[in-house]
Design a protein around this ligand. Structure first.
Ligand SMILES: [Zn+2]
Length: 268
């Protein structure tokens, strides 16, 4: 090769290299969340918080009962939503609507299920498919890692994800996050996000604080992670563009009759 051609190629390589590096940074940026268009929005969309959907076990206590909705009642809830024209949406839909005004269907509602219990696969998942509803499941990934009895397995989590359910993070070990150190928070929060991405093949960007516990450091760490929105256990249904990590929800429990659900959806 002629020395001048060689020199030109070398210069080109030097000029192109920084540009390529810059592109890499720019393409990585959307991983931090969809872009906000600068408009602050308020959207009313109830986020229903379920835990167990199962019969009560023989050794049930008051706490377990409060976290349980019997399968027949759950079906009645879904029938009410279906026949009253509610449309279950994902937290990604809600996030898009808050950030750039993307339209939501009429009467939007978000269905969330915490803790990744096995009945979410055995009972909830088939019923949701009958109604063609989507939902968000906040999984304790350490329980799946350990094949803990009573919890979703990674095969079940992957199947639900492949069917369009959002399988999202609820830490690795369901520890209360207030008071944890930076390293402990990274382990619990990022660890659960990365496990979900590994096993489902989909990046997870939604997070649920165990027992609704978090502090300022938790929120700072969340902001450094690919978490787009997080839900709490605080009661409410009005969401704003800037309450990124503190979406309020509505607790659904053993005594939430269909009439009570109707009142929640109407008044909350
Ligand atoms: Zn939980």
């Amino acid at each position: 090769m002629h020395p001048i051609v060689c020199l030109i190629l070398l210069i080109c390589a030097l000029v192109v290299a920084p540009a390529a590096a810059q592109d890499a940074v720019q393409t990585a940026a959307p991983e931090t969340g969809p872009n906000w268009d600068g408009t602050l929005r308020r959207i009313h969309a109830p986020i229903l918080m379920y835990h167990y959907v199962s019969p009560l076990p023989p050794d049930w206590d008051a706490v377990r009962k409060d976290l349980t909705v019997l399968p027949d009642l759950f079906r009645a809830h879904m029938e009410y939503l279906f026949y009253e024209g509610y449309t279950p949406i994902s937290l990604y839909d809600l996030n898009d609507a808050l950030l750039d005004g993307r339209p939501l269907p009429a009467k939007p509602v978000v269905l969330t299920f915490d803790d990744g219990y096995e009945d979410h696969y055995a009972t909830v998942f088939p019923m949701l498919r009958q109604f063609n509803f989507t939902a968000t499941f906040f999984v304790i990934t350490g329980a799946a890692d350990a094949n803990r009895p009573g919890y979703l397995t990674w095969d079940q989590i992957r199947e639900m994800s492949d069917a369009g359910m959002d399988m999202e993070a609820h830490t690795k070990n369901h520890v209360e996050l207030d008071g944890l150190t930076y390293d402990e928070l990274v382990y619990e929060m990022l660890g659960s996000l990365e496990s979900l991405a590994h096993y489902t093949g989909h990046a997870s960007h939604m997070f649920s604080f165990p027992v609704g516990r978090y502090d300022d450091l938790t929120l700072q760490v969340a902001a450094q992670m690919p978490i787009w929105r997080a839900v709490t256990t605080e009661n409410g249904a009005l969401h704003t563009t800037d309450n990124r990590f503190e979406l309020s929800r509505t607790r659904i429990s053993f005594d939430t009759s269909v009439d009570a659900l109707a009142a929640i959806l109407r008044d909350n």
